[in-house]
Design a protein around this ligand. Structure first.
Ligand SMILES: NC(=O)c1ccc[n+]([C@@H]2O[C@H](COP(=O)([O-])OP(=O)(O)OC[C@H]3O[C@@H](n4cnc5c(N)ncnc54)[C@H](OP(=O)(O)O)[C@@H]3O)[C@@H](O)[C@H]2O)c1
Length: 279
């Protein structure tokens, strides 16, 4: 199904998109792995090559438009085309989050206790960085590669939303507003490029452990934090998802027969998390 296609995956060294990249390569696509640190992408590339897959790696900061445009140009020069773009680079940072879940007057005091880190005490550069990474870090690659997809007569783009897209988790201000934006601009760009044959959709993963979220949620095997237990209790299937759970959804969305009339949607892959109101 993917033989002869070129798939660009950003955040390709990450937990979800390393697996997506391996799956696309196993399906026959040439996969272009893009990440901040080249060595991290190279490790994923090695696992692809060991299984006989085709791939190449590029270091790029997706929040830097000039870098993204230059990377896209190099990719097209080297591989001739881009059929699939998976915008996997994204994430959250503790620096952008308060440590408390509701306003405490002490957060406005000059001499506040150490454990009182409210929204007024958050590092606003980190806050802006998270908004930029999850919004412009998807928009820049989308625009850069759509330019070539228009010339080719079509393509597929997958963005990453989150459970925060629908309702913000506590303390997640920057990440949640950015991921709500992802669902919104996925619709806007899908409509804008529909007649160019480019379908643009998003996936909203439920909770899939990566090294960062593991610190916050714990693991089922080694013990959950309170937040981790809340997540599992709120997930009807009673477990975290795996990166592999996302691969099937990517495969469906980029299949021009199975999903040829589908564009602008955000698909939750969440073990039923969104079916419960929490009450
Ligand atoms: N895991 C989940 O439960 C979950 C749930 C909902 C949504 N999502 C979303 O799904 C996507 C993939 O998540 P994941 O769990 O696989 O995340 P991950 O393991 O943290 O992978 C993200 C990758 O993107 C890279 N990256 C970060 N900033 C970048 C930049 N400016 N330019 C290029 N690459 C950059 C990271 O590099 P460094 O590690 O070097 O920073 C990392 O390799 C993200 O958009 C995430 O927000 C994940």
């Amino acid at each position: 199904m993917m033989k002869g296609k070129v798939a660009v995956v950003t955040g390709a060294a990450g937990v979800i998109c390393s697996e997506v990249a391996r799956d696309l390569a196993a399906g026959g696509a040439t996969v272009v792995l893009v990440d901040l640190v080249l060595e991290n992408a190279e490790k994923v590339a090695q696992s692809i090559r060991e299984k006989g897959g085709n791939c190449a790696c590029y270091a790029c900061d997706v929040t830097n438009k000039a870098m993204v445009d230059a990377m896209a140009e190099k990719v097209i020069e080297a591989h001739g085309r881009c059929d699939i773009l998976v915008n996997g680079a994204g994430g959250n940072s503790a620096k952008a989050q308060p440590k408390i879940v509701e306003f405490d007057p002490r957060e406005l005091e000059e001499e506040r206790p150490e454990d009182i880190v409210g929204i007024y005490n958050v590092d606003m550069d980190a806050f802006e960085g998270i908004v930029k990474l999850n919004t412009m870090g998807t928009v820049y690659p989308l625009l850069a590669f759509a330019k070539y997809m228009i010339k080719q007569g079509g393509g597929n783009i997958i963005n990453f939303a989150s459970m925060n897209t629908y309702c913000p988790l506590t303390r997640n201000f920057a990440y949640a507003m950015a991921k709500a934006g992802v669902a919104n601009f996925t619709q806007a760009f899908a409509a804008y490029f529909a007649k160019c044959g480019i379908r643009i959709n998003a996936i909203a993963p439920g909770f899939i452990l990566n090294p960062r979220s593991q610190l916050i949620l714990g693991t089922v095997e080694e013990g959950l934090t309170k937040r981790g237990k809340d997540v599992i209790d709120h997930t009807p299937m009673g477990k975290f998802g795996s990166a592999n759970d996302i691969c099937g959804c990517v495969r469906w969305l980029i299949d021009d027969e199975a999903a040829g009339f589908v564009t602008g949607i955000t698909v939750p892959v969440d073990g039923g998390f969104l079916t419960l109101s929490g009450v």
